[in-house]
Design a protein around this ligand. Structure first.
Ligand code: ADE
Length: 212
């Protein structure tokens, strides 16, 4: 029987730590690490679109991955997304590039996306904008809101692009760490370990991926 191989990818080791712990991997990962652990591969890309794309490409060339889960912090651009909320990305826009649109790879996990939001109503979903900058000002925040963004990160659109290329399904679990405003840096570091918020959703997600 083919055991499904699931990639869990984060930009920072701190974002990934609660998940590797939950999956009984005891060592602390660092930026650049790609580690195989049973039916999982853990990858810590480091920050930004290039690092994310490079790392995901490397993993997908090296391992036979069945599904990708991206776990990481994101800034909120919406009053409906509050600190600690776990958000499943619905749609992505690369705010400092040219790419806009749904992505096919994500659609392949759409049943999971729908199930998650129905069976776990505490999970929210939103339109995420990605770019190579940490947003920490009211003016940039407003500009991103005007593009339809509800949350912001620095990797997802790049991961989506690579996953599309390799036709690998992916899903995100973004945890709101800050409001992308003048206090964003302070709040981001305060909430650096908010990744533990996704642990309670993992059994459901992993079971779905393994059974579908
Ligand atoms: N990830 C978490 N918070 C962020 C912010 N304010 N800007 C970009 N990426 C983020």
């Amino acid at each position: 029987m083919h055991h499904k191989k699931i990639l869990i990818i984060s930009a920072m080791a701190e974002e990934m730590l609660p998940i590797t712990k939950y999956l009984s991997y005891e060592k602390m990962l660092k930026a650049g690490d790609i580690v195989e652990h049973g039916s999982y591969v853990f990858a810590v890309s480091s920050i930004g679109k290039v690092a994310a794309a490079m790392t995901l490409t490397k993993v997908l060339e090296q391992y036979n991955i069945d599904a990708i889960i991206n776990i990481g912090l994101a800034g909120s651009l919406s009053p409906h997304l509050e600190f600690g909320d776990v958000v499943v990305v619905k749609h992505t826009i690369e705010h400092d590039g040219l790419i806009e649109g749904d992505n096919e790879a994500q659609k392949r996990l759409y049943p999971l996306f729908e199930l998650l939001t129905v069976e776990h109503p505490e999970l929210k979903s939103g339109i995420l904008v990605t770019g190579d900058q940490f947003v920490a000002s009211g003016s940039t925040r407003e500009m991103l809101q005007s593009k339809g963004g509800q949350l912001v990160d620095m990797e997802w659109a790049a991961l989506a692009k690579v996953a599309d290329h390799y036709q690998k399904p992916l899903i995100s679990l973004k945890i709101i760490s800050d409001n992308a405003d003048e206090e964003a840096w302070e709040n981001f570091f305060k909430n650096l370990h908010a990744g533990e918020r996704v642990v309670k959703h993992l059994p459901f997600i992993l079971e779905f991926i393994v059974n579908n």
